[in-house]
Design a protein around this ligand. Structure first.
Ligand SMILES: Nc1ncnc2c1ncn2[C@@H]1O[C@H](COP(=O)(O)OP(=O)(O)OP(=O)(O)O)[C@@H](O)[C@H]1O
Length: 312
């Protein structure tokens, strides 16, 4: 049997009356990228902080890399990397100085640190700016430097909290390639995000809302099991049609995408296109087409709300 890298049971954190994370069960297998998807304030950072040993849970049990938390938090620290939303870089230090500082914190000897810094500078394409201050680097460069810093001690488990909020699509794609390289080399990664395209790249993910886990599985499993079928509809007056569709009990959601409506119909209806044709809709749709579900559809069904997509 594969030993999970993270195993949490009933993980809960309260701040006064607010339950930021509520009875979360979580299993993360080795050498996978596990995504934590949810809107701002749903409890992603709070969960990550509990899983890294930085925050004590109000209730529940959690074992990370075989260490029981919070008891073994100190021992866990050296085996994990944590890249925060703000990248935690020193703006007045250069690339090499930032990495040197982190190497010292992790107790790498002088020679080992030099070797490792040189390898990371090459892996993360930082050579041309090795003497540049972090504060004068672009978003994508800072992100690469932050990933280099978070992996300087070759952690078995890496936590990334909304790592691509500040970068463009090309940098985001490159960044994910590097994450898959890390997994290929044996690492496990937990990444929190409120972006759909990042969630789709994960091996497995949890959908969070208001501190609750609403769904958990691989993107394909979640799409197959969402309990709805998707139909795209075209018509002359989409706003009027949307209102009528939304009023039908079988319709879970109708959202406009350009000149089409994306309609989620409960899978109690076996043939949603034929069923929609029998409805007295005004105006009559000019096109009805079954389409493949997306992770965004799963999100809408799990939480009843929409999440951000990255700008193209
Ligand atoms: N130290 C704290 N004291 C009081 N409330 C807190 C504290 N930390 C987080 N919260 C609250 O807990 C809830 C969850 O916050 P959290 O930062 O975990 O969400 P998130 O999903 O990471 O959001 P974001 O994407 O904005 O970072 C929010 O309502 C937040 O205001």
């Amino acid at each position: 049997m594969i030993e999970p890298v993270i195993e949490a049971c009933g993980l809960t954190r309260r701040f006064g009356d607010l339950i930021a994370v509520d009875a979360l069960d979580l299993t993360v297998d080795p050498r996978t990228i596990y995504g934590f998807l949810g809107p701002n304030g749903c409890g992603k950072t709070t969960t990550v902080r509990m899983l890294t040993g930085l925050l004590t849970p109000s209730a529940g049990t959690v074992t990370v890399l075989g260490h029981q938390l919070p008891r073994d938090a100190e021992r866990l620290k050296r085996r994990i990397g944590y890249m925060t939303q703000k990248f935690s870089l020193y703006d007045d230090l250069t690339v090499v100085e930032n990495l040197g500082f982190v190497a010292e914190i992790y107790g790498l000897g002088h020679r080992a640190a030099r070797r490792r810094i040189s390898a990371l500078i090459s892996t993360y394409a930082l050579e041309p700016m090795r003497s540049r201050r972090a504060g004068r680097m672009s978003g994508g460069q800072r992100q690469r430097l932050a990933l280099a810093a978070a992996t300087i001690h070759e952690p078995a488990l890496l936590f990334l909290d909304e790592p691509t909020s500040a970068v463009d699509p090309q940098n985001r794609r490159d960044f994910w390639e590097r994450l898959f390289d890390l997994v290929d080399a044996g690492a496990t990664i937990l990444v929190s995000t409120h972006y759909m395209d990042e969630a789709e790249r994960c091996h497995r993910l949890a959908i969070m809302e208001s501190g609750h886990k609403r769904a958990d599985g691989s993107p394909a499993e979640l799409m197959a099991g969402m309990g709805a079928l998707v139909v795209e509809v075209q018509a002359p007056n989409l706003r009027a049609l949307k209102q009528q569709l939304s009023a039908l009990p079988e319709v879970i959601s109708a959202a406009q995408l350009g000149s089409r409506l994306r309609v989620l119909v409960s899978d109690h209806v076996t043939d949603p296109v034929a069923w929609l044709r029998t409805q007295p809709l005004q105006p009559t749709p000019t096109m009805l087409e079954p389409v493949r579900p997306s992770l965004e559809d799963v999100f809408v069904i799990s939480t009843g709300s929409h999440v951000e997509s990255h700008p193209a």
